[in-house]
Design a protein around this ligand. Structure first.
Ligand code: NDP
Length: 475
């Protein structure tokens, strides 16, 4: 596939390409341009050129066009989901879910198009005041590989609704579905250059985009260390920045919880997308009276998960997206077990019979990990779940807060007072009671601490891509 610049499918200026591979088979799926600074410059120029035409489209009409884009995505759900499975690795059911999720997000922004109006007031002594929201101009979006369709929609929806034009850099290893969606949304907008996509690496096209003088806002999703670099680079000419970064979500299971529901929630919360979700359940704190029963059921559930190529029926967990991550995680689990820092009660290695070309790992449960073990102190982006025994809710909350991250967190209990206390005291951007992982587009989503700054989603998202101009009129 080619890049999308100014409404046209375009090769890289220097003609270079990078390969896109299937993590379940190692197969080369396609090649995309290796975009560099001159390609970013062309895309930023196209976006700037399209700005006046796109911002002149009335907000409700912009909403209608986003809605049309969502319908086009729904119509192509099967083809897009299959491509997503092949380039990212997730099972087909999860891929369908993500594609529909992206359409749902665009529909949500279409539905709030009428809320962008400014305010007007009579100010005695000053005359009449109008506060007029205006688009920022060219906005950049940088997207990771774990949810390339959904996270793209989180950024395109509010920025376009607010009247901005966009230049997007998808992950170098999942550009294909992103390019298709960018093409669909760009066509629906009807203004060539409103949506541009430059493929390439983070250190090449990504850095050039963040530093480009035309760009006024950078919305970045990815690792915390990368986010720091992006923020530092964007600060040079005072761009606005939103950073959705890593997480190490705690899940607390109280003694009175519905154990079957909590086990199912933990399995889904950790092993969805092979554990490669920012808000995956990454640390589990279980009260002592139910710890053994919970662990036994959780381990049995993990062993029952069928791992394989996501296009095969019945497969519930695909490969890790990156081979190096699979090897690093297997080595970490082996070292923890060898050093007596955790006990492996399910999984721990490469599944027997798995294709050697695929980057597969067994769903892994670790019992009673050492509090200083990296599996509790670092973000683990893969199918490894440490289960910690805690005496009571106070210990669970204190342990949950022992992390530099603060993205999501959940509690599983029938006691609403306990739930309310945890919701108040656990440091995070989104807190769930008796569920985890759910992120509706209708409410703000984001993290605190090392999990980032800013929020995506919700009624206020388009405002984050706008600034107000105040006009005072003396009659
Ligand atoms: P990375 O930080 O490695 O990459 C994210 C994107 O940034 C990629 O497109 C990457 O390009 C690009 N990039 C890398 N370096 C730079 C740079 N110097 N300047 C500009 N862009 C750059 O993250 P991953 O792709 O590994 O994504 C996984 C991470 O994302 C996890 O930590 C996860 O928790 C987090 N995440 C957070 C979410 C949230 O909402 N809080 C949601 C989903 C994921 P390249 O193609 O070269 O990789």
């Amino acid at each position: 596939m080619q890049m999308l610049i100014g409404g046209a499918w375009t090769p890289a200026a220097q003609g270079e390409v990078i390969g896109v591979f299937n993590p379940a088979t190692g197969e080369l799926l396609d090649q995309v341009p290796l975009g560099r600074a001159e390609d970013v410059d062309a895309a930023a120029g196209a976006a700037a050129g399209a700005g006046p035409r796109w911002s002149a489209v009335p907000p409700r009409e912009r909403g209608k066009r986003l809605y049309a884009a969502a319908q086009a995505i729904r119509e192509r759900k099967e083809a897009l989901a299959l491509l997503l499975t092949r380039e990212q690795g997730k099972p087909l059911a999860e891929a369908r879910n993500e594609i529909l999720g992206a359409a749902n997000v665009l529909e949500y922004y279409a539905s709030i198009a009428g809320t962008l109006a400014g305010t007007a007031a009579a100010l005695p002594g000053y005359g009449h005041a109008a506060v007029v929201p205006q688009p920022l101009g060219v906005c950049a979006a940088i997207v990771p590989w774990n949810m390339p369709a959904l996270i793209l929609a989180w950024k395109l929806g509010p920025a376009l609704l607010a009247g901005n034009t966009m230049v997007v850099k998808p992950s170098r290893s999942t550009p294909l579905v992103s390019l298709h969606i960018a093409g669909i949304v760009g066509d629906a907008c009807g203004v060539p250059g409103a949506v541009n996509m430059v493929t390439g690496t983070g250190s090449g096209a990504g850095e050039a985009l963040v530093a480009h003088p035309v760009v006024r806002h950078v919305s970045f999703t990815g690792q915390t260390d990368t986010g720091r670099r992006v923020a530092a680079r964007a600060s040079g000419d005072l761009k606005q920045v939103s950073l959705e970064l890593g997480g190490s979500d705690p899940m607390i299971v109280c003694g009175d919880a519905d154990i079957a529901a909590a086990v199912a929630g933990a399995l889904h919360g950790r092993f969805y997308n092979c554990g490669q979700t920012c808000t995956a359940v990454k640390r589990l704190y279980v009260e002592a009276p139910v710890y053994d029963e919970f662990l036994r059921k959780l381990a049995a559930g993990a062993r029952a998960i069928r791992v394989g190529n996501g296009i095969e029926p019945g497969v519930a967990m695909g490969p890790l997206h990156r081979a190096a991550d699979r090897d690093r995680l297997c080595a970490m689990v082996a070292a923890l077990q060898e050093d007596g820092l955790a006990r492996v009660v399910a999984g721990g290695g490469i599944p027997g019979g798995a294709s050697p070309a695929g980057q597969f790992m067994e769903p892994t449960i670790l019992a009673e990990p050492d509090p200083a073990a990296p599996v509790l102190t670092e973000e683990i982006f893969g199918p490894v779940l440490p289960v910690v025994r805690v005496e009571d809710l106070d210990e669970a909350i204190a342990s949950a807060n022992r992390s530099r991250y603060g993205l999501g967190a959940s509690i599983w209990t029938r006691d609403l007072a306990a739930a309310a206390r945890a919701a108040e005291q656990v440091r995070c951007g989104i807190f769930w009671v008796n569920q985890h992982l759910k992120i509706p587009p209708d409410v703000p989503f984001g993290g605190t601490g090392a999990s980032g700054i800013g929020r995506e989603n919700g009624m206020s998202a388009p405002q984050r891509y706008m600034e107000t101009k105040t006009v005072l009129v003396r009659p």
